[in-house]
Design a protein around this ligand. Structure first.
Ligand code: TYC
Length: 113
C-alpha cells in the first residue's frame, strides 16, 4: 500500500479515493463437471456376476456390492459411482466389455451430474 501520489496508478490502493468501490475480486475457480455411472437391471445377468463387477471395477467390499446389486435388482437402476468424465467413461467401457465377454446383457451408462 502507498499514499505517494506518484505510485497511485491503481485506485484500489488509495484509501482516500472512494470512487472506485470495487475492493475485492472473487477468484472464480472452475470445478470439472462430474458424471454418475449407472448400472441397469435386466432379467438375465446373474446376481453374483453383478456383485463381482461392483467389487472389481468400483472397489466395493462384497457386502457393499451385494447391497447395491439388490438396489439395482429391485429399483431398476442405481448410481454406482461419481467420477470425472474420463474415469466414468473408462468404468463404463470396462463393465460393458466384461459383460459382453461373459455374454451377459448387463448395461452400464453415464450421465452428467
Ligand atoms: N435381475 C437380475 C437377476 O435376477 C440381477 C441383476 C441385478 C441384473 C443388477 C443386473 O444390474 C443388475 N438375475
Amino acid at each position: 500500500m502507498t499514499t505517494d501520489p506518484r505510485m497511485m496508478a491503481d485506485k484500489r490502493d488509495d484509501p482516500a479515493d472512494e470512487t472506485g468501490v470495487i475492493t475485492k475480486t472473487k477468484p472464480k475457480t472452475q470445478r470439472p463437471p462430474l458424471y454418475k455411472v449407472l448400472l441397469l437391471n435386466d432379467d438375465y445377468t446373474p446376481m453374483e456376476f453383478v456383485v463381482h463387477v461392483l467389487e472389481r471395477f468400483f472397489g466395493m467390499t462384497h457386502a457393499q456390492a451385494f447391497e447395491l446389486m439388490l438396489v439395482v435388482h429391485k429399483k431398476g437402476v442405481a448410481v454406482v459411482g461419481v467420477f470425472s468424465f474420463e474415469v466414468a467413461e473408462t468404468k463404463v467401457a470396462q463393465v460393458m466389455d466384461f459383460a459382453r465377454r461373459h455374454q451377459h446383457p448387463l448395461q452400464c451408462t453415464m450421465e452428467k451430474e
